[in-house]
Ligand binder design. Structure first.
Ligand SMILES: N[C@@H](CCC(=O)N[C@@H](CS)C(=O)NCC(=O)O)C(=O)O
Length: 201
């Protein structure tokens, strides 16, 4: 049995989206980041970093959302896992790129522009936005040449990046029309809509 630890309001969005794409039956431990449930010795034994998501798959424990999605897609022989080594490499490239170039930046930007007034830091908001702009330029250029990030169809690469860009759904992306179109198409998938409902419900 697959158990997914992590609320849809966390980076577990990606894991839940993947599990739904694969049509897996799973148990969902719907816990929030930094909640007491992530501080217990039992949870720390699963992820000593105390972070979400984590999965247990018949006793196999794995954390880091991108690694989890590679594992699940490969294990279940999903067509979302690119068979061609070059597309597989591009999937690694875009997943690592997302982690490096947009993941923390988007969280920090949103927290410092929409969070409680007294907790906002203007300098962080400005510097993270500058990084997001640079990243969106890169992504838009890639998506202007190809509809999908790794091969001729939606794949794990698109899922990993689009899921991480959830917060960008609420930003003005009109300066990056290719990103805007691609992000809407990714989030229009039934598995994505299901996770979005979980997240926003
Ligand atoms: N690189 C990790 C990041 C995990 C992460 O930072 N998760 C957040 C929730 S979105 C968390 O659990 N934060 C708790 C904390 O920072 O203590 C991944 O992609 O799985």
């Amino acid at each position: 049995m697959l158990r997914i630890h992590g609320s849809a309001r966390s980076r577990a969005t990606r894991t839940l989206w993947m599990a739904n794409e694969l049509g897996l039956t799973y148990e969902h431990n719907d816990i929030l980041p930094r909640s007491p449930a992530t501080q217990t010795p039992e949870f720390r034994a699963l992820n000593p970093n105390g972070r979400l998501p984590v999965i247990e798959d018949d006793g196999f424990v794995l954390y880091e959302s991108m690694a989890i999605n590679f594992y699940l897609a490969k294990k279940h022989n999903s067509p979302l896992y690119p068979a061609d080594p070059k597309n597989e490499a591009l999937t690694h490239q875009w997943s690592f790129w997302e982690t490096d170039r947009t993941d923390r930046q988007l969280t920090d930007y949103v927290n410092n522009t929409t969070g409680p007034e007294e907790a906002r830091n203007k300098a962080i908001a400005e510097s993270t936005w500058a990084q997001i702009v640079a990243s969106m330029d890169v992504l838009n250029a890639a998506l202007s040449k190809s509809a999908w990030l790794a091969g001729p169809a939606f794949s794990l690469a698109d899922l990993n990046v689009a899921a991480a860009l959830y917060r960008a759904l609420f930003l003005d992306l009109s300066a990056w029309p290719a990103v805007q179109k691609w992000l809407a198409a990714c989030w229009d998938r039934p598995a994505a809509k299901k996770v979005r409902a979980m997240r926003e419900g």
